[in-house]
Write a protein that binds this ligand. Structure first.
Ligand code: XMP
Length: 514
């Protein structure tokens, strides 16, 4: 973003790179992630207030070890180098880096050995999170040791005259007691940033930017009911009002009464022009009897494109297609950062522009993290129910009706899922978890109701916590809540006689069952 104080995070492949960028923003300073090898001229064009070198899995002794532009160390721009970043900086500047005698993982005791602004308001002893195989054996000339850990003497180093700092621990993770303070000290004390970044401050910038891009042309946006597309709609509507039309497709795979609820939000809360397409019968008839999860996703993806295309073509010429793309999507598609293996093909609107003949994309959330999108939604006056909505997969309930899909099975699942949602919300757990839902299993089990034998379906209840959906842990819900959910589903939903709780983490499981 132009005219905003910015810290650049140079990515060396750490699993924590995005976390570093988020932590910087939490100190009130805008941050962007760039490739570690970005040339110095490009770096200078951002006019950054500081640079952070991320950690990474490599060793500086590997033949293809990642490097940064060497000029950054003489540029006068303050540098904070973390873990591999520190090792690379030391190695390049003439220090010695070697494999540690004992690899150090987990919490370690951090002891300050000097005075430095990086550790302002950090006690002399605290805990820090470490994870490394190599360590700095002797610092590069000009560097002073400012902290040590139990097993690594050169844990934090600095050369104040060249404005270079390096730490062998991870200030970005919550397990480092004073990590936030260290980040704040770097961005605000060392780099001198004033802390002007906030999602609220972003609204004015984004509104002006959208107006500039769109002019008096029209914009169309696919509304999924999810947080991202809804917040994007609210923001674009604020910028260009009725030049924006949302297209909302009911594919018959939404939660119980979700289409009605969302339409009300779009029309009444957002005052949005919405083209509502009820394609539920159409989607369900295409999916009838399909059992393979990837086949379900493929059909839904294709049908969505054709339904969207038809609706868009009915409108007068529209130049712009808007999307709720967020920063993690941008990072992943640009190839920076960790590459997740494609375990499931995710259906999103990514391929639409070419297929639909729009001239340009409008993506006002492309520099924001999910939590920032939520904050922005709140600022824009969206109801809490919308802002705190849990993620919901594009193919919807199709991937939660395991095995062969039929309209009746979707309806059965909607009833079970409605009860899970209601109980999670009433007990205050809904907002505390990443996702909570029911899955209809393709098995019949024997039960007894009244005096009669039953032979009916089983459901699984899945409740997970997660930061970003990449990894997840099952949630230890109170037993009485689980009991209530189970009793209600079995009593109230015809065709279900058993409920089980899924206690699988990701990895090795995935969040969805299909
Ligand atoms: P998994 O099951 O891969 O899910 O652990 C991770 C996150 O992605 C969501 N998910 C999807 N989202 N289209 C989507 O838009 C899909 O095909 C899809 N499959 C999974 C899932 O709900 C979770 O939040």
């Amino acid at each position: 973003m132009q005219n905003t104080e910015t810290i650049l995070v140079l990515d060396f492949g750490s699993q924590y790179t995005q976390l570093i960028a988020r932590r910087v923003r939490e100190t009130g300073v805008y941050s962007e992630i760039i490739d570690s090898a970005t040339p110095i001229d490009r770096i200078r064009s951002w006019n950054p207030s500081g640079l952070i070198l991320s950690g990474g899995p490599a060793s500086v002794h590997d033949t293809d070890a990642p490097k940064s532009a060497p000029e950054i160390f003489e540029s006068g721009i303050p540098v904070l180098a973390i873990c591999y970043g520190l090792q690379w900086m030391m190695y390049h500047l003439g220090g010695e880096v070697k494999p540690s005698g004992s690899r150090e993982y987990g919490r370690s005791c951090l002891k300050l050995t000097g005075e430095d602004p990086l550790f302002h308001d950090v006690p002399r002893e605290s805990h820090a999170w470490v994870s490394h195989a190599d360590e700095v054996i002797s610092p590069a000339p000009g560097f002073e040791v400012i902290a040590e850990s139990e097993s690594v003497p050169n844990t934090a180093l600095c050369d104040r005259s060249r404005k270079l700092w390096g730490v062998q621990f991870h200030p970005e993770v919550v397990h480092t007691d004073y990590g936030k303070q260290v980040m704040f000290n770097f961005t605000r004390r060392i780099c001198g940033c004033k802390g002007q970044w906030s999602p609220a401050a972003y609204i004015d910038y984004a509104v002006a930017d959208i107006r500039h891009q769109v002019g008096s042309d029209n914009v169309v946006l696919g509304l999924s009911g999810g947080v991202d597309s809804t917040v994007a709609a609210a923001l674009i509507h604020r910028a260009v009002g009725d030049q924006l039309t949302g297209i909302f497709v009911d594919n018959g795979l939404l939660r119980y009464k979700e289409a009605e609820r969302m339409l009300k939000v779009f029309r009444e809360n957002l005052n949005l022009k919405v083209e509502f397409v009820d394609a539920s019968e159409h989607f369900l008839s295409r999916l009838e009897g399909v059992a393979d999860p990837e086949e379900k996703r493929r059909i839904i993806g294709n049908e969505f494109v054709s339904v969207f295309q038809e609706a868009a073509q009915k409108m007068s010429r529209v130049r712009f297609l808007a999307q709720g793309t967020t920063y993690p999507d941008v990072i992943e598609s640009s190839g920076i950062g960790r590459h997740a293996q494609n375990i499931k093909s995710h259906h999103n609107v990514g391929g639409l522009p070419e297929q639909l003949g729009f001239d340009e994309l409008v993506e006002p959330l492309r520099m924001l993290f999910k939590d920032e999108v939520r904050e922005l939604g709140q600022e824009l006056g969206l109801p809490g129910e919308t802002v705190w909505r849990q993620p919901f997969p594009g193919p919807g309930l199709a991937v939660r009706v395991l095995g062969e899909l039929t309209k009746e099975r979707v309806q059965t699942l909607q009833q079970a899922d409605r009860i899970v949602m209601q109980e999670m919300k009433d007990s205050g757990w809904y907002e505390k978890v990443w996702q909570s839902f029911a899955v209809l299993l393709p098995v019949h089990t024997v039960g007894v109701m009244g005096d009669a034998r039953t032979y009916e379906n089983a459901v699984a209840i899945r409740v997970v916590k997660s930061m970003d959906g990449m990894t997840a842990d099952w949630v230890q819900l109170p037993h009485d809540l689980l009991g209530r959910i189970s009793t209600r589903i079995i009593n109230e939903v015809p065709g279900i006689n058993r409920a089980v709780y899924d206690i699988t983490s990701k990895p090795p499981g995935t969040i969805e069952w299909e």
